[in-house]
Ligand binder design. Sequence first.
Ligand SMILES: Nc1ncnc2c1ncn2[C@@H]1O[C@H](COP(=O)(O)OP(=O)(O)OP(=O)(O)O)[C@@H](O)[C@H]1O
Length: 609
Amino acid sequence: MDIFRSLTGGARFDKKRFLNDVQVFEAKDDAAASANVGTVATALKALDFFGTSTSGTSSSSTTAPSAAAATTTDDLDADPSVEPFANDTAVQDFRRSHRIKVDGVDVPAPIQSFRDLRDTYTIRDRVARNVRAAGYVTPTPIQMQAIPLILRGRDVLACAPTGSGKTLAYVLPIVHQLVEPSKEGVRALIVAPTRELVLQIEREVGKLVGKKWRVHVLTKATPIDRMPKCDILISTPMRLVQAIQAGAVQLNRVKHLVLDEADKLLELGFLEQVDEILAACPTTQRQTSLFSATLASAVEQLAKTVMRDDVVRVIIGLKNTATSTITQSLVFTGDESGKLMTIRQHLKTGELHPPVLIFVQSIDRAKELFRELVYDGMNVDVIHADRTKQQRDKIIDQFRLGHLWILIATDVLARGIDMVVQTVINYDFPTSVEAYIHRIGRTGRAGRPGRAITYFTRDDAPHLRSIVNVMKESGCDVPEWMLSLKKASQNERKKLKKSAPKRATISTMSKYDANKVKRKRDMIDASKRRKLKAEGKVPTGPAEEERPAKKSKSGGDSEDADRPVKKRKKGADEAADGAEAGKKKGKGKGAAPPAKKAKKVKGGEGASA
Ligand SMILES: Nc1ncnc2c1ncn2[C@@H]1O[C@H](COP(=O)(O)OP(=O)(O)OP(=O)(O)O)[C@@H](O)[C@H]1O
């Protein structure tokens, strides 16, 4: 209960009302502390996303054999043995009951439990013990199918819902296949779009490997001239490209390449860097795995050009849908001022379950909303690309620990980050269906329930239909009239994705007062900068690699946390403008369309396809 006591500092929430949240935090603490029987059992029940387990009170009508039940030991022997599949039909039935769809030739059967890994794939005891010690008892559907595929040396293109355990699905087989630490150099390379995600993947790898393994993370903070040798390298694309160009890292021994949040990494902006990374990895021995919760068809085509011909595509559930454990709703706020009133009402009446994560479309808007809510006395903080690494790490820790109840974020936090979030609010309407799925996917993770509320104004109405479709496909109720709305054209959707709409400032002040305050703040900032300069100190700012390469018209940092910025300007608010310059420059170079570009890479490498 200690953690819950500290949660209440400065907050305005009613503890009795949030009894469920108290229980969530208690469960999390216990699970982390040890392999407590009761907690593991609870976690297992909560994690039973698709009715995997037949133990307990699962209402699933699965015909598949039971997976492991909760156990106190860290040994796979404790799992009840599972009958091997009698024939192909049994395999198909099992896949159907777990909503696993595969596309490819000679696809191995899914594992039914982690014990299968030892029986069929001779997984080492130590790895098995670590899986169990991490509290993982039953594999999730993506793990059931992707783990045997990767263990069999196959390339995998996987799309599975947010929070469904994709990280372990690639980390476990890689750790098993690397066998033991070696001085050979980088043998597994994992690339992810943001620094936060890279650090999170490192933690997940750390759960499975011992201290002798050298797992290295490459971010701006890592001096690339003193890069130690390592077995597994986890990096953001830009920093890795810098290390490759500086000759600080050799990738010629890479056997496993993983692109996490693959669709993001294959978008223009990251694609050039990913091309360079692919070119630095050998093709003959390289096994490539691409994972994401969203995969547009065009991205899939592109992805296949960098993989071997016998790549297997694995889709869990329906492609590009939200997790079914999230209750989604849409709230019409009229205009921008209506949004501020609505959020105040939502937060003050205690109607929403904390921790609450609020997404806005730009750094400026994140700052504006923060100012409004913090003056209301809320236990709130804000995270975006203009905050320093230290600030970002601290805020995420505070939020994870439950010391912070409301966090305002830009899309820099939309992908991959694994936290216990009860409610996601899209204060600003997402600029694409993918952004919507990833944003709301910060809640409802690992089988837990979650809630997502999306505000929309009159101006957002033309784009409502796409979100309504996602809601319907993931089983949420939507009013009939919304289903008859006209769908935005492809051009309109592209335009929105490229730049978020201009929105009125988030402020309860009159325009005159707001300008006066802004002028005053700018003067103070400028004076602080002059003082620092006079003292010969460089103002602390975020790493260039975490700044966006482009700025949406509204100053947004979108999801582009790791794009390169050619010119860096002074001052936080000016940073995104520098990024815009970088983007224009990229355009001027006449960046090749994705498919063409990737084909060039494949050809250039003499890919083993
Ligand atoms: N087999 C398992 N049993 C229990 N918990 C699991 C299992 N596999 C993963 N988890 C937990 O589920 C949570 C979500 O996992 P992960 O972050 O890998 O999801 P993801 O599918 O990559 O999500 P996203 O698409 O948002 O990146 C993590 O807290 C992880 O520790």
